[in-house]
Design a protein. Structure first.
Length: 582
């Protein structure tokens, strides 16, 4: 075949699939995907049997709901696994300095692009085939028509094409796999949340009927939203028309990937945040001459005395320099305070004279707590993500840049080096915690004013103390856990993905145990770092523990503080073995 049709030989695709077949990670990912898929299907299927009494005839006709749920679970699996599998398609070639060798072959840029594209899609299609036995079980329950079956296959196929094209575009633009993965997650989140955001933003302005109509026009950019909202309401032909935006975005991502492939093939590693800050430094120094060169703090030319590694980090890392951290703090804290005060001032519970009349229609008394909670959850998740990525990359970057051997030749011990690295992150943790703590204080006042925390006289203090301990214990715990994982890893991407997956499993798995086993295992939920903060936010600790609320808070954070101490002690005691391993 390759002799008759040389264009169909696809040598790059064959090489990629061969490398994936020889990698242990391929089979680990397949096992994890199959385990999650089977577990989720078993959980919801058991719920159906329990709902209808467990009889075989009583569940007939429920296969439609179960098949649709199976498709949605697979869509979530695509979002979880495909960006990690596709983000390194070209960044790995850049890190190996082998992308230039591909350009010397007879393969053109489009052929290289499509072979890389196919090499990333074929593994995810093989993962989706694992659901065929489960689909057969759902079909046996009855209710799955040919139209529903075609819809499910179409949603899975189109979502895979779109997410894969987006990840491939980010891989051609970025220089490292970690940055490509993060860019894919950020752009994908913005893209898929755009219809809902437009609906919520335009609803008070033009009416919810018109905003819903506009949302229906833009919902086609996200096949997942079509699957959730419009599964039964459209035929195949109408479905193709409504998903035209998804096809257009997929083609656009591939065209942009082709443009970036050649233009950014040999781009040097630059930090855009550092470039922006340096440009701002130059402008600030020019303006400072007018005020007589006023400087706040110590001069930057001093040499280290007691903490040389921490001093080195403040000169090298953007996230450790005091004046850069101050700018980041202001850039995050000021909008948070402004948005929070806009919510408070427009709250109808306040007197009419104290409102900002132009923005009054955004807030009602019912959704003020919900808006603040949503914003706090978003900032909290972002804080965990940023801290985990920064800590996991602390020592991996030294290995990649080949500077770790130089650090090990210094008179400092390995434990001191690790402790200094962690010490350099303390100001960054404070900056990350500041906006979250601001929203906690706002919610504390709102909950007191509304009587939400009047379960007892100490309900308000329970909420505040639990919020403070959440930041004081969990952020250092995330930092040291990610640092521990980063000490064992060899590449940035593997360290970041491993740290995020460990944190996600730790937070979610204990919450699912009571659902899968029995209610008697409800105590396992306390092992999740999310359990007590979520209860504190939505119900209050007294709803959970009654008169033992203070004891519950003390025991919970004492346990997680002990885990933090163990991880920190483990990092310091085994630092020499971790840093000197081959």
């Amino acid at each position: 075949m390759s002799r008759l049709f040389p264009k169909l030989a696809l040598p790059l695709l064959a090489r990629e699939l061969t490398e994936r077949a020889a990698s242990k990670r391929t089979y680990i990912v397949r096992a994890i995907f199959a385990l999650l898929l089977m577990t989720a299907f078993w959980f919801f299927a058991s719920k159906i049997f329990n709902r209808y009494g467990g009889g075989a005839t009583s569940v007939l006709g429920s296969g439609q709901w179960l098949f649709e749920l199976l498709v949605i679970i697979q869509l979530m699996g695509i979002f979880l696994f495909l960006p990690a599998m596709m983000a390194g398609q070209f960044t790995i070639e850049k890190e190996r300095d082998s992308l230039g060798l591909l350009f010397l072959t007879r393969l053109g840029p489009w052929q290289i692009l499509f072979e890389k594209y196919l090499s990333g899609l074929i593994p995810i299609f093989s993962l989706l085939l694992l659901a065929m036995p489960l689909g057969a079980i759902a079909y046996a329950f009855g209710g799955v028509t040919q139209t529903i079956l075609c819809h499910g296959i179409y949603f899975l196929f189109l979502t895979s094409l779109q997410v894969g094209a987006l990840a491939l575009m980010c891989s051609t633009w970025c220089r490292t796999t970690a940055s490509a993965f993060i860019a894919t997650c950020v752009i994908g989140t913005i893209l898929y949340c755009l219809p809902a955001f437009i609906d919520s933003l335009l609803g008070p302005l033009i009416g919810h009927t018109l905003s819903a109509a506009f949302r229906d026009r833009t919902i086609g950019i996200c096949p997942f939203l079509i699957a959730v909202y419009k599964w039964h309401n459209v035929s195949i032909s109408v479905l193709l028309q409504q998903s035209a935006l998804a096809w257009i975005s997929t083609v656009l991502f591939l065209v942009l990937a082709r443009c970036f492939l050649v233009r950014r093939a040999f781009v040097k590693g630059t930090n855009p945040v550092l470039v922006c800050f340096r440009w701002l430094d130059g402008r600030m120094q020019r303006l400072n001459r007018v005020t007589g060169n006023i400087r706040i703090g110590k001069s930057g030319g001093q040499l280290p005395d007691a903490h040389p590694i921490a001093w080195r980090e403040t000169r090298k890392n953007v996230l450790a320099r005091p004046h850069y951290l101050l700018r980041i703090l202001l850039a995050v804290e000021v909008p948070t305070i402004c948005y929070g005060f806009v919510l408070l001032l427009n709250w109808p519970a306040w007197p009419q004279q104290s409102r900002i009349r132009f923005l009054w229609f955004f807030i009602t008394a019912d959704n003020l707590n919900a808006d603040l909670t949503f914003l706090n959850t978003l900032l909290g998740a972002l804080a965990v993500l940023v801290v985990s990525v920064a800590a996991a990359n602390a020592f991996v970057s030294e290995r990649v840049q080949q500077t770790l051997d130089v650090l090990l030749t210094t008179p400092m011990s390995a434990a001191q080096i690790v402790a200094e690295k962690a010490r350099a992150m303390r100001p960054f943790l404070a900056v990350v915690a500041a906006p979250v703590m601001t929203l906690f204080l706002m919610q504390w006042n709102v909950k007191i004013f509304t009587g939400y925390l009047q379960l007892s006289h100490s309900g308000a203090w329970l909420y505040l103390i639990c919020s403070l301990l959440t930041l004081a214990v969990y952020l250092p715990l995330v930092s040291w856990l990610s640092l521990w994982i980063g000490l064992k890893m060899r590449t940035r991407f593997r360290a970041i993905i491993t740290a995020l997956m460990v944190i996600l499993i730790w937070c979610v798995a204990p919450l699912l145990v009571p659902f899968f086993v029995s209610d008697a295992w409800g105590w396992v939920s306390y092992l999740s770092p999310l359990y007590l903060p979520v209860i504190n936010e939505f119900r209050g600790i007294q709803w959970l523990a009654g008169s033992f609320a203070w004891l519950t808070i003390g025991l919970n954070f004492s346990v997680f503080g002990a885990i933090l101490y163990f991880i920190r002690r483990r990092c310091l005691s085994c630092a020499d073995r971790y840093l000197r391993q081959a």
